[in-house]
Ligand binder design. Structure first.
Ligand SMILES: [Fe+2]
Length: 379
């Protein structure tokens, strides 16, 4: 039977007629929303910031992790540090160096590599592709691959467990918006790929259900001479994303969706001008995104809505409480001192609750829950 949302427009008390703009004087806007900014939503106008808590007990709380403090280097991606996971995704932080001595194959789902630091070369079933910082590399489930890094490199690995990656529907924006599909790079059967083929014994580390199996070939199985088809790894760098923005309206995070699977979305925040309309919010609105756990990985730049955050950090805002700009950013809600943001961040919003992996001592920033307190306390 068809279903209809229990949803109809209604205005009560003092309210703006346009979300995220022209707020009633002295109020703080909070959005209560379903389906990760795609479903029914209400903007509520509060007299106090919705993040004004003074104490917090219990395990549900905002969390922050300084992944830059993870020092362990591994040449095997399946030894990467499990940061967050649920049945639909795994987020691992992988610090590596030089050349992988085995191939990897993920039988659990498509894998999205985000290159946080470093550069190098990817060799996979489909050929060779160079990579650099800021690249996403989407590897379909079962692809055999290895990397040869130019020195040290760090990756955020985002697995679509038992699932696929898709691109979002671009709707009325048309096919060339945000990034032109022609910008997507794919591996090549080039001289570098052919040069690494041969009869040296090669092991493959297979991951299935988080168990690792190892198979050995008496030759390098990355031995294709060609291929034809529409299943292929792709590379996309954030520098090729031309973000959506409006000078009169702060767009929701969903406008920055880059990849999605059935149970989570991956969004990319890239530098963009601030809104210029005097009544438009210039920072993210407070929100209760009550169907999703929200993860943000800070890649580069100055994070305009967050205090005490630097590149390599990751925050987790589980659903169930409101969040929004930190105090210093809130001061700039209507007047920004800079014309544009220079932040680059990767957001992963998951429909299912995330669990925290076993992180090394000192990686979690325990004071994060207090970082919305008055400016002096947060510093
Ligand atoms: Fe959020």
């Amino acid at each position: 039977m068809a279903r209809n949302w229990i949803s109809f427009p209604k205005v009560e008390g003092e309210a703006s007629r346009q979300a995220h703009a022209d707020l009633p004087d002295g109020t703080y806007e909070r959005e209560l929303g379903k389906e990760g900014f795609f479903g029914p939503a209400t903007q509520m106008y509060h007299t106090h910031p919705p993040t004004g808590w003074t104490d917090w007990e219990g395990s549900l709380r905002p969390r922050a992790f300084d992944l830059a403090k993870i020092n362990a280097i591994s040449r095997n991606p399946w030894d990467a540090v499990d940061v967050l996971h649920n049945g639909a995704t795994q987020l691992r932080y992988w610090r590596t160096s030089g050349r992988m001595d085995r191939l990897a194959r993920n039988a659990d789902g498509d894998e999205l590599l985000f290159v946080h630091e470093g550069s190098g070369h990817l060799y996979c079933d489909y050929g060779h592709m160079a990579f650099r910082d800021g690249d996403y590399i989407m590897l379909p489930r079962g692809t055999m691959w290895r990397v040869e890094c130019d020195g040290d490199a760090t990756f955020l690995l985002i697995e679509a467990s038992n699932d696929h990656y898709f691109f979002p529907d671009k709707g009325m924006l048309g096919p060339h918006a945000v990034f032109d599909p022609a910008i997507l790079d794919t591996p090549s059967i080039d001289d570098a790929f052919k040069a690494q083929q041969g009869n040296s014994e090669t092991q493959v580390a297979l991951k299935r259900g988080d168990q690792i199996s190892t198979m050995t070939y008496p030759y390098n199985p990355l031995d294709a001479v060609g291929w034809h088809g529409n299943l292929v790894p792709v590379r996309l760098n954030w520098r090729d994303i031309r973000p959506l923005m409006s000078h009169r309206y702060h767009l929701p995070p969903s406008a920055h969706t880059t990849f999605l699977s059935s149970r989570f979305v991956v969004c990319t925040f890239v530098p963009r001008p601030f809104e210029t309309d005097p009544g438009a919010l210039k920072v993210p609105f407070f929100h209760s995104n009550d169907d999703y756990d929200e993860v943000l990985f800070y890649h580069a730049g100055d994070f305009f809505s967050r205090d005490n955050i630097h590149p390599g950090m990751m925050t987790l805002h589980p659903c169930g409480f409101p969040h929004g700009p930190h105090p210093k950013a809130l001061d700039r809600a209507l007047v920004q001192s800079k014309p544009a943001t220079d932040e680059v961040a990767v957001m992963v919003d998951t429909r299912d609750a995330l669990e925290i992996g076993s992180l090394p001592e000192g990686v979690e920033f325990a004071g994060y829950v207090d970082s919305w307190k008055a400016k002096d306390a947060a510093e």
